[in-house]
Design a protein around this ligand. Sequence first.
Ligand code: DX5
Ligand code: ZN
Length: 219
Amino acid sequence: MNHLIAPSILSADFAHLKQDILMLNNSEADWIHVDVMDGVFVPNISFGFPVIAAVKNYALKPLDVHLMITNPDRYLEDFQKAGANVITVHYEACDHLDRTIHKIKELGCKAGVAINPHTPVSLLENVIEELDLALIMTVNPGFGGQKFIANSYHKIQQLRAMADEKNPDLFIEVDGGVSNHNSLALLKAGANVLVAGNAIFAAEDQLHAIAELKNISPD
Ligand code: DX5
Ligand code: ZN
């Protein structure tokens, strides 16, 4: 499968969010990555349902919602109603992960699980067959514009090997510090969805920055 690009609107200009969404509609982006932070699971607060619903009014691409919140089960239906197409919860934030994955699927969304930099890939072994997507955090979650953690390559390779065996259609998403300096290596390691915030929204020519990430060929 060709890899997907999911620009993170955490790095967008919130006073001009509509223009940024229209720009993404006209770009080679595949999904729109939406980072929700509760100030408890991560040391930052981003935005919630009204903002996601406003984005959904203009977005022509699927919303890839990354929940950095504790006990996400409480709000899954609200995120689906606000317009989420993919819902990714954190392994570290769920007591009953298998149940949470099934709830997401029952809502008609694709189900993802994210793991923090300290969390081993092996902990996904018993749920990987249920998943549509696994997200490897390549920074500590909470903020855009951080430095990529190099040890992540090994985790991506491990996850790719596990997915090849148990769930070859799994989306393997990487999130944090992704840029055109490391994206080829990330794809070669086995990722097929690249999230990028700063590398896109801080660029002078955002459409070009997206096209550059999209047009890399790992072969
Ligand atoms: C971090 C978020 C990321 C963030 C990525 O907690 O999950 O999606 O927006 O931003 P960059 O690409 O700037 O590291
Ligand atoms: Zn994210």
